[in-house]
Design a protein around this ligand. Structure first.
Ligand SMILES: [Zn+2]
Length: 126
């Protein structure tokens, strides 16, 4: 096996945000899951180009998910967890309960999604 990840987070959630303890725990679980997934994909030895492209897509989505989790943990460390990174408003508790790594409030999320859709339409690909 290779060496463990270099980034080290606290053993316990940052104390200034005890109401986010549960989210912290879920983020930790999600992080561990993604690390294992990435390690498994790295160990995977694709036999066909098709297999290889599937592996690449999985690797990309796992990397993106891991980056989102790390960003959420970093915001928690800084005491900014639960704030929309775009408009600064408080993200709904219900949204965080479903998506603990959410960085955008519903409004900004949908605005951004609409932008992406408009881009995709403009460039003629999704
Ligand atoms: Zn927002």
């Amino acid at each position: 096996m290779t060496s463990p990840p270099t980034t080290r987070w606290r053993e316990r959630p940052p104390s200034h945000d005890s109401k986010h303890d549960e989210h912290w725990q879920r983020l930790q679980d999600g992080r561990r899951f993604r690390m294992e997934q990435l390690a498994a994909l790295k160990a995977d030895n694709p036999a066909t180009p098709r297999h290889e492209s599937v592996t690449r897509v999985l690797h990309t989505s796992a990397s993106v998910a891991l980056a989102e989790i790390d960003a959420a943990l970093a915001r928690m460390e800084q005491g900014r967890y639960g704030q929309c990174v775009s408009c600064g408003r408080q993200i709904d508790d219900e949204r965080l309960a479903v998506l603990p790594m959410a960085s955008l409030c519903m409004n900004c999320h949908y605005n951004r999604q609409n932008c992406n859709l408009a881009d995709a339409a403009h460039w003629g690909r999704g």
